[in-house]
Design a protein around this ligand. Structure first.
Ligand code: GDP
Ligand code: MG
Length: 596
């Protein structure tokens, strides 16, 4: 019953042609006609097209006849970036095979390696594919060798295609049928299905993407989400072809969607198991976990006025993205805003960009920070999402930070530059391997906090754009960290506290104090700007007393000009925040925040 089904995904580095190949497969299996095919069928989110990345997993079914036999191929599109590692792993758990797609000119890149290893861990059958063979400067033989050296694939098994012209795509379809194993599973067993994705439809509510592992699910049936512990009735089910195509039932081995009047995506957990209500339910599938937010930042409306607009915009975003999280935060410096949690850096960028595209609120973002783990003197372990929450030094037993394993793939000539950069970022080298004559893969363990700011950009710039970086979490490790505070006339400025290495604290403290001094206007009294670790002051700057007279330059005469200036000063005042008895403009905070 399942011998005609193949479930597979495509693993590729950005721009190696995943979306184009998906389009060709849809076309050559007759799933969509040439006329219907707007390019890049699967990337329907604007942002994905802009950035050329695939953010959400999707699934499309291709039904066709070959050699008198009907086939059903399910292409499960996985997110390409490690921020979405967990979602990738759930998608892989729904497949029996993976096309490992590599650009015939670019060769193996960091994301190819990370995702290929993930697929191997899930025991997927790997079908190596070399794309863009139509390019004049394609070097398929060398790339086949690189793939063998880095991933262990047989050069003779590599299928050479051009997703652009369609060359080799028929042979690839044959290879998928021949090499990817058909799913196993018993359609008459108790229902057991894996939730691998979900999205939100304004009219239908949550749409749950599932792979049926065992049993059969039917329209109108009562089901239970085992982890969420919720029962629902199925209103509609079907497959994506690529538009939603309702059907009466889905059985073991198939991939499709369920609609059950679920109002919030928060109730659909990726990795959850769908079964039947009651004691006869199947076992939950292994590998479930909750989204882990690793990067946090504060988002504030820049003029303090649009707080409720910002809340609405964030709520809208969260409906479609349950891994994004936010809660109100009040800052002395920036007023009312939100502390937001993200899976990683790219996820943060995506959310910010969506906010900017979809609402016209002027946003202030505080420097991103990672989630720290602190064991206090009472032996409790605290997860810390913002620097202000770090306890005072006397109460900390151990300070731990997240470490990621970074793979960087570079042409040989840039190895030295990348090594220097990774060392500066407190990286520990794990290995160095040559993929071919000219390219090498460097592996470093680096604190996530050091990656968060700009490691990716720095790697791009020190390798003239040729280097690629990918990383995955390895866990928490103790480090010599401290909370560095900035005080203005003895009062701590919450938004300016940071976590940093003790060895860097002096330098950073001095720099911030200096910068803030430049930005603070003179008062009637002296203003002290200090940097401190706990009660120990490590740097001090003084803003001398004196009141700035804004009308002094106007030499009496023009009264309207004077009024305008005074009015301007008043408006400026509105954006002033009081820290104790000192008034600091929001601009000053922004200057300091954007430096650090
Ligand atoms: P993705 O990021 O992996 O989804 O890559 P895309 O499918 O968006 O392709 C990236 C770029 O490579 C696009 O400009 C495509 O037109 C181009 N491209 C994809 N496949 C081929 C191919 O076989 N030959 C050539 N010459 N270009 C291709
Ligand atoms: Mg794409």
């Amino acid at each position: 019953m399942t011998t005609h089904i193949r479930n597979f995904c495509i693993i590729a580095h950005i721009d190696h042609g995943k979306s184009t190949l998906a389009d060709r497969l849809l076309e050559q299996t007759g799933t969509v006609s040439n006329r219907e095919l707007k390019t890049q069928m699967l990337d329907d989110l604007d942002l994905e097209r802009q950035r050329g990345i695939t953010i959400k997993a999707r699934a499309v079914v291709m039904k066709f006849k070959r050699g008198g036999q009907n086939y059903e191929l399910n292409l499960i599109d996985t997110p390409g970036h490690v921020d979405f590692q967990y979602e990738v792993s759930r998608s892989l758990a729904c497949c029996e095979g993976a096309l490992l797609l590599v650009d015939a000119f670019q060769g193996v890149e960091a994301q190819t390696v990370a995702n290929a290893f993930a697929a191997m861990e899930h025991d997927l059958k790997i079908v190596p594919v070399i794309n863009k063979i139509d390019l004049d400067y394609a070097r398929p033989d060398e790339v086949a060798e690189e793939m063998m050296n880095s991933l262990g694939t047989d050069p003779d098994e590599c299928i050479r295609v051009s997703a652009k012209t369609g060359q080799g795509v028929e042979a690839l379809i044959d290879a998928i049928i021949e090499h990817v194993p058909a799913p196993t599973g018993d359609p008459s067993a108790v229902l057991q299905a894996m939730v691998f994705d979900s999205n939100y439809d304004d009219y239908r509510g949550a749409i749950t993407y599932v792979r049926i592992m065992q049993g059969t699910v039917r329209k109108g049936q009562k089901i239970r989400f085992l982890r969420a512990g919720a029962n629902h009735e199925i209103v509609e089910l079907g497959q994506f072809a690529p538009a939603r195509q309702p059907c009466e039932e889905l059985h073991a081995g198939q991939v499709g969607y369920l609609i059950c009047n679920i109002k919030s995506l928060g109730d659909v957990h990726i990795g959850d198991t769908v079964s039947i209500p009651g004691d006869a339910a199947a076992k939950p599938l292994p590998g479930y976990s909750r989204p882990k937010r690793m990067v946090y930042c504060g988002l504030f409306p820049s003029d303090g006025q649009n707080f409720s607009d910002l809340r609405e915009a964030l709520e809208r975003l969260a409906i479609n993205d349950p891994s994004f999280e936010f809660e109100p935060e009040t800052s002395d410096a920036l007023g009312f805003g939100f502390r937001c949690g993200f899976l990683g850096l790219l996820h943060m960028e995506i959310v910010q960009q969506r906010l900017e595209n979809e609402s016209d609120i002027d946003l202030v973002q505080t420097a991103p920070n990672v989630t720290y783990e602190i064991v206090n003197k009472r032996g409790e372990t605290l997860m810390i999402h913002k620097p202000q929450d770090v306890p005072d030094p006397g109460d900390i037993e151990e300070f731990r930070q997240p470490i990621v394993r970074c793979n960087v793939i570079v042409p040989g000539e840039f190895i030295g530059a990348v090594m220097k950069l990774c060392q500066e970022r407190r990286g520990i080298q794990k290995s160095q391997e040559y993929l071919g004559a000219q390219r090498a893969m460097l592996t470093y363990d680096i604190p996530l906090a050091e990656v968060v700011y700009d490691l990716h950009d720095k790697i791009k710039s020190c390798t003239r754009g040729y280097g690629t970086l990918d990383y995955e979490m390895v866990g928490y490790e103790p480090a010599d960290l401290c909370r560095l505070d900035i005080l203005v006339n003895g009062k701590r400025v919450d938004a300016l506290s940071v976590v940093c290495n003790r060895a860097d604290a002096d330098r950073r403290g001095r720099a911030v104090a200096k910068r803030l001094k430049q930005e603070i206007e003179r008062h009637m009294f002296e203003v002290a700007v200090q940097a401190a670790i706990g009660s120990r002051v490590i740097a001090r700057e003084t803003v001398p007393a004196m009141r700035k007279n804004v009308t002094a330059k106007c030499y009496g005469g023009d009264i309207t000009r004077k009024r305008k200036l005074l009015q301007k000063q008043k408006e400026g005042k509105k954006r002033m925040k009081a820290i104790g008895n000192v008034e600091i403009s929001q601009k000053a905070f922004m200057a300091v925040l954007s430096d650090s």
